[in-house]
Each structure stands twice: as C-alpha cells, then as structure tokens.
Design a protein around this ligand. Structure first.
Ligand code: 3NM
Length: 209
C-alpha cells in the first residue's frame, strides 16, 4: 500500500456547526494522508450517504479511503480498504471478500500484532497508547512500551492510536512511531487543518533529525 504518516479517523463529536466532509477536507488540507470512516451509530442509509461523500472527497485528493468494520459498505462505495478490530471478521475471511484491498487491524498486544502480520494485514493500529474517551470499549492503555515493542518486532506499517494529542506526539514518535492516528485531536479541533499541520511538523522534525 501507499505509505502514509497521518491517519485521520472520522469522529462523531465535531466542532459545533461543522459537517463530516468539511472537517475531513480540512484534515486533508492540513496533511492527513489517509482517511477512515468510523461510525458505530448511523443507520444503513446514513452510512451509505456519508461513505459516498468521503469516497468522493478522498478521490478528489487521491488519498486512501478506509471503512471501519462495514465490509459490505466498503465494497459498495469502492473504498480502498477496511479496518477491523480483534472481535470483527477474521482476517482470512475478510481477505477472501475484499481481495487486494487494504486490510488494517487494531492490535493491543504483541501477539495480536504478530498474528495480524503473519495473516497478511497491510498495516496495524497499535494502541491505545493513552486513555481515550473516543472508544469506550477499548482495552486499558498499552503505553509507549507497546509502541517500542511493535517498532522493534513488526515489519509491516503500524500506526500509533489512542489519546494521541499534539502535547504527547513527540514522545510517541520518540518511542518509534513514524505514523500517527488521532480522532478527537483532529476532528474535535476548532482548526483541524492546523492540528494536522502541527502533527506533520512533529513527524518531519523527527524524520530530519
Ligand atoms: N481505536 P482519540 S483507540 C478508534 O487502540 C480507536 O485500537 C483504538 O481516538 C485502539 O484519538 C481509538 O480521540 C480511539 O483518542 C482514538
């Protein structure tokens, strides 16, 4: 897959008065280079409407569009890939359905990360690094040690996720993350583009160092 460094996921708590596509376009303009549609509440028609809007947006900017969980929806809007949690469809089954599309897997322990790599995931999420209020059913924070371990032992791309803020991004990068993912710090921001630029700035400072 095309590499990326700032992964923006849609949230449900936007800054008041902003729409989904508007916020995600701001994120892209600020430097987010992969977008995931994650929506645990909308009904079928609403999901389709939102996914189509985001598909159109990401096509316009030529960046990968990933759909969380809803495999059929991903196929219907011709997303570039899907993202699955540990409790979702097994990877082998997902691969049969989506073929060569991108498959990302959430991992919270090194055994899960190694299994995802072995089974052919294209990338993994590693987290939650810190406590987060965005995903309520997630495991306890795994901390920077998990990022260090994944960066040592995993060779497919991994993205650090969970409570990542501008204020802690440097230590996550220092622990070995070269790709960051955030929801609330981007979509909840008054200035999503500015938040993304600031994340990119921190990643680039490390790349130059
Ligand atoms: N997955 P925020 S943490 C969607 O660890 C999600 O797998 C996680 O939101 C995982 O950036 C998380 O607002 C929520 O903390 C990330």
């Amino acid at each position: 897959m095309k590499d990326f460094r700032l992964y923006a996921i849609t949230g449900e708590n936007f800054h008041p008065g902003r729409g989904l596509a508007e916020v995600m376009e701001q994120a892209i303009l600020g430097g987010a280079d992969i977008i995931q549609f994650r929506d645990k509440h909308s009904g079928k028609e609403e999901l389709l409407r939102k996914a189509k809007a985001l598909r159109e947006l990401t096509r316009r900017y030529d960046i990968p569009f990933i759909v969380n969980d809803h495999v059929e929806l991903a196929l219907e809007v011709d997303a570039d890939g899907i993202h699955l949690g540990q409790g979702d469809l097994p990877l082998a089954e997902a691969r049969r359905i989506v073929g060569s599309k991108i498959i990302g897997i959430s991992t919270h322990a090194i055994e899960e990360a190694l299994a995802a790599q072995e089974q052919g995931a294209d990338y993994i999420g590693a987290g939650p690094v810190y406590a987060t209020r965005t995903k309520l059913d997630v495991v306890a924070p795994v901390g920077l040690d998990y990022i260090r371990e994944v960066s040592r032992r995993i060779s497919i791309p991994f993205v650090a996720i969970g409570g990542i803020k501008l204020g802690n991004a440097d230590e996550v990068i220092e622990a070995g993350a070269t790709r960051l993912c955030a929801i609330s710090e981007i979509v909840g921001s008054e200035d999503p583009a500015g938040a993304c630029r600031a994340f990119i700035d921190r990643l680039e400072r490390k790349e130059r160092a």
